[in-house]
Design a protein around this ligand. Structure first.
Ligand code: ATP
Ligand code: MN
Length: 477
């Protein structure tokens, strides 16, 4: 008989039918009740063995974390809160385990402890839920863009241009680190390196995506991104996944509309597809919040927050308006901000973003028209000459989830900006070409996938929403 997934058994299993399941033992009670989980759903299947009929040696191998195949008959459940349970007739040990040495015991472990057991943590209810939601979100991302007529493009992971990420990039090299070939001035001679020039891991696929948008129309990337920024926060990884749509003929307004529609659409899909996991995570979130001091608690539950985002429009505010709000805010006047808001043009820190989202507006906020000096060279300059057509989307508990802009499509303005910012123009020859041959207004944004998973699952630390996190001083596994 072919094994079936526990999810199907619990959904469609008819009493008195035979069935085979395969999975890992979560718990084994009273020498009788096995809670079996195969990862297909958060729920375990209760399986009842007749220990008197089992050989002693077999019985001994039914332990937490062992892998079993169980064959038997589905019967009405006596009280496990499920419709059916499995009356086991045949037990096969697929992989025995040593429950004494198995690091994950059937009790609550801290997330920090589980990070050190990242190879086994997906066998817990919390991590399996998070990873199923992550997978559903990834699928919904592709679904959204495909349904909107976007094309999926794969931009390079090894990049030869460092225009975007000065200082934050991971070098890719096959030179001998002990004896790299040097040139006359004592610097590394990249001519001898694999690609004949300095190369790095990408920090963003945007520039390449722009080239494809100006031919395919609407495109998106969804791939890994690397940043060697030494920020040990709960929102930064050295390796993370980014979704970057890029649209020809879109202005900033179109861009904001798309971003909002995109986020609410994927959240809606996951709300209906991951009901069980989200319900579990919602309860988990509640417990976590209750253990925090009153003032730091989230005013809304997890499901409540997601529904709120889906049902309410994001608030759109220009940087200048936000600046006035912040300047006149209580924490600013009482000098409670670590970075006081003193003059127009300052970059907003996470404390300011959170004040706007969590205290002032109480909803997701799109900030737009930022000062040119705090934004990248490629953002389209406004007629006021001071601001650019940038937009950031700020989320409660997360801060920045999206960063985007309308791109500068005018060759002369773009060149001038590149010179002002002392960026190597030669490197960008192909990017400038895009402005020479049929340039059109276009826009795009980048959404950090893990930050979206964080928001949806209520996990506080970004290290807990990616299977094997990479952060400063940590690349185990
Ligand atoms: P932040 O200010 O939070 O560092 P950023 O301004 O550097 O973000 P962008 O360069 O605009 O971010 O990147 C686009 C999106 O990628 C961000 O809105 C965020 O969701 C995500 N992101 C950026 N850096 C990281 C990181 N180190 N780890 C995970 N996600 C990130
Ligand atoms: Mn950053």
């Amino acid at each position: 008989m072919k094994a079936v997934k526990i999810k199907d058994v619990l959904q469609n299993g008819a009493t008195n039918s035979s069935c085979v399941v395969q999975g890992w033992v979560r718990t084994f009670r009273a020498n009788r009740f096995i809670a079996l989980n195969d990862g297909s759903t958060i729920d375990n299947l209760q399986c009842v063995v007749d220990f008197e009929a089992l050989e002693e040696s077999l019985l001994k191998q039914i332990t937490t974390s062992a892998a079993l195949e169980l064959e038997g008959t589905l019967v009405e459940s006596q009280g496990s809160g499920q419709k059916v349970e499995l009356q086991v007739e045949k037990t096969t040990v697929l992989g025995a385990s040593d429950p004494e040495k198995y690091p994950i015991q059937p009790k609550k472990h801290s997330l920090e402890f589980l990070r050190e057991k990242a190879h086994l943590r997906v066998r817990t209810a919390t991590f399996s839920s998070v990873m199923r939601v992550r997978s559903a979100l990834a699928f919904a991302v592709h679904e959204f863009f495909q349904e909107e007529g976007f094309f999926y493009v794969n931009t390079p992971i090894i990049t030869g241009s460092d225009a975007e990420g000065a200082g934050e990039m991971f070098r890719v090299s096959t030179l001998d680190p002990k004896k790299p070939a040097l040139n006359e001035s004592g610097e590394i001679n990249y001519k001898n390196d694999f690609f004949g020039k300095e190369t790095n891991l990408t920090v963003s696929g945007q520039l390449e995506a722009e080239s494809y948008a100006l031919g395919l129309g609407d495109v998106y990337t969804f791939g890994p991104t690397f940043r060697a920024e030494n920020s040990n926060t709960t929102r930064h990884l050295a390796e993370f996944w980014m979704i970057e749509p890029e649209m020809a003929f879109y202005d900033l307004n179109d861009n904001m509309n798309l971003a909002e529609k995109f986020i609410t659409s994927v959240l809606k899909k996951v709300l209906s597809r991951c009901e069980k996991d989200l319900h579990f995570l919602d309860e988990r979130f509640d417990k976590e919040e209750k253990s925090k001091p009153q003032l730091e608690r989230s005013p809304m539950g997890l499901l409540e927050k997601i529904k709120f985002v889906v049902e309410n429009d994001f608030k759109r505010v220009s940087y200048s308006e936000a600046y006035e709000i912040l300047r006149n805010s209580k924490p600013n006047k009482k000098k409670k901000f670590q970075f006081p808001i003193t003059e127009w043009g300052v970059d907003l820190q996470s404390e300011h973003e959170r004040f706007l989202v969590e205290k002032h507006f109480n909803c997701p906020v799109i900030l737009f028209d930022y000062p040119a000096n705090i934004k990248a060279f490629y953002m389209r300059r406004n007629d006021d000459e001071k601001t650019v057509r940038a937009m950031d989307i700020l989320f409660p508990g997360i801060g920045e989830i999206v960063g985007g802009s309308q791109r500068e499509e005018r060759l002369d303005v773009l060149e001038k900006r590149i010179e002002e910012m002392e960026i190597d123009k030669e490197e960008l020859w192909w990017y400038l070409d895009l402005r020479r041959f049929g340039s059109v207004p276009h826009s795009g944004f980048g959404l950090g996938f893990e930050r979206l998973v964080q928001f949806t699952t209520g996990m506080n630390n970004i290290r807990d929403v990616i299977p094997f996190p990479r952060t400063p001083q940590n690349a185990s596994f």
